[in-house]
Design a protein around this ligand. Structure first.
Ligand SMILES: Nc1nc2c(ncn2[C@@H]2O[C@H](COP(=O)(O)OP(=O)(O)OP(=O)(O)O)[C@@H](O)[C@H]2O)c(=O)[nH]1
Ligand SMILES: [Mg+2]
Length: 372
């Protein structure tokens, strides 16, 4: 097996999403919106920027209002603003290498007019742009497959190895999909194959969010936007989501005080900002959930993978808590709010004691009992 260089999803590491797209489609604008100034200023063409985005969480806001803590800590994730990918440069694998360490991809697709900044190819065509860039990813992966197959065949000539035979079968499947221009994220693999795949750095396997960057004239009808631009069929594909937003409106929203931003959203008929929708979608597509901790010193959201146990979740806070895990006291965030506090929740019978193998649910508020 090749060395596993794909970032393992340890919970103490921030999840990272790469923002990709053709030239002048609004990548850096979106990056700034997402990271709200928690980003290096003065992004230059060709530069790579890394920033941190807070994951909006209404539950945390409400618990903070109840506890009035010294500190409120939202879950966070990293966004990487990479230089434009296009045709020749996209097919340069050195260029795509920077994407190997991301957990997910956001492809910014241009659907806005701007006379001073002509669209890719001289004409707006979101579908074409998506196909172009997906092809770049597919070709990159095909090259990886080719290289690995060559290597395995060489090794197998020297010595028999059933594991390598298995890998060859898997790679043949990948190659077949890629040659018919299917990104690997759309392919279902068995659990053992999935495990083998984590050793590779396939880019088309990463969950993909197409951020459809609309003209401000369309800001009032986001719901129908994917359909209008011919992207509706993409939304249903495995590991894929479409998030319509209007970069210009979103940029204005981030500049405004909260009350005014809310007014502006109402004027556009937006129930949620595109920024929040995008972050939320990334979270869900990757199978991430948050559990919460609440007290006077701090109210905080912690990122874990859906399906993690209470003991594993404890490890997200500190490995010592995981090691010394005894029990988890758990209350649903709504019950905690309703009862008005931990002791009241206990009295109302809303607290549950769970063991190390309990599967943590999104929005569980947890107090870990541990030794040491
Ligand atoms: N009308 C409109 N203009 C936008 C929108 N998003 C970005 N722009 C404008 O488009 C231009 C390019 O935006 P950037 O965010 O720099 O695009 P980019 O994809 O990072 O560009 P490169 O890094 O050079 O490839 C800027 O002039 C933005 O103001 C949008 O949603 N609507
Ligand atoms: Mg840019």
């Amino acid at each position: 097996m090749p060395r596993a260089v794909r970032r393992p999803c340890y919970h103490f590491e921030l999840m990272r999403t790469g923002i990709i797209g053709l030239a002048g489609v609004g990548k850096t604008t979106l990056f700034r919106i997402l990271t709200r100034g928690h980003a290096p200023q003065g992004a230059k063409h060709g530069a790579v920027h890394l920033g941190v985005a807070q994951v909006p969480d209404l539950r945390l806001d409400k618990l903070a209002a109840l506890y009035q803590p010294k500190k409120v800590t939202y879950a966070s994730m990293e966004y990487l603003d990479v230089a434009a990918l296009a045709g020749e440069s996209g097919r340069d694998s050195a260029f795509l290498v920077q994407l190997r360490e991301v957990d997910a991809l956001v492809h910014v697709v241009r659907a806005f007019e701007d006379p001073s900044n002509p669209p890719p190819g001289g004409k707006l065509d979101p579908r074409r742009d998506i196909e172009t860039l997906d092809l770049d990813l597919v070709l990159y992966d095909l090259e990886q497959v080719g290289r690995r197959v060559e290597r395995i065949e060489k090794d197998l000539k020297k010595k028999k190895d059933p594991k390598l035979d298995q890998e060859l079968v898997l790679l043949a499947r990948c190659r077949e999909a890629l040659e018919s221009e299917h990104p690997l994220r759309e392919i279902e693999f068995a659990a053992d194959e999935e495990k083998m795949l984590t050793g590779f750095q396939f880019l088309s396997r990463r969950p993909m969010i197409y951020a459809l960057n609309l003209d401000d004239r369309e800001a009032g009808d986001l719901a129908g936007a994917a359909e209008r631009h011919g992207l509706a069929p993409l939304a249903g594909k495995t590991g894929t989501a479409v998030v319509p937003l209007c970069g210009k409106v979103e940029a204005e929203l981030t500049e405004l005080p909260e009350a005014e931003a809310r007014e502006m959203m109402q004027a556009y008929g937006l129930a949620e900002s595109g920024r929040d929708a995008l972050i939320r979608t990334t979270y869900a597509l990757l199978g991430w959930i948050s559990f919460l901790t609440a007290g006077e010193p701090e109210v905080r959201a912690w990122t874990i993978r859906r399906g993690m146990t209470a003991a594993e979740a404890a490890g997200a806070i500190h490995s010592d808590i995981q090691r010394g895990f005894i029990k988890a006291e758990i209350v649903d965030w709504r019950d905690l709010l309703e009862t008005g506090g931990w002791a009241a929740a206990r009295e109302a019978g809303k607290l549950r004691l769970e063991g190390r193998d309990y599967i943590v649910q999104d929005g569980d508020v947890i107090l870990f009992r541990h030794s040491g």
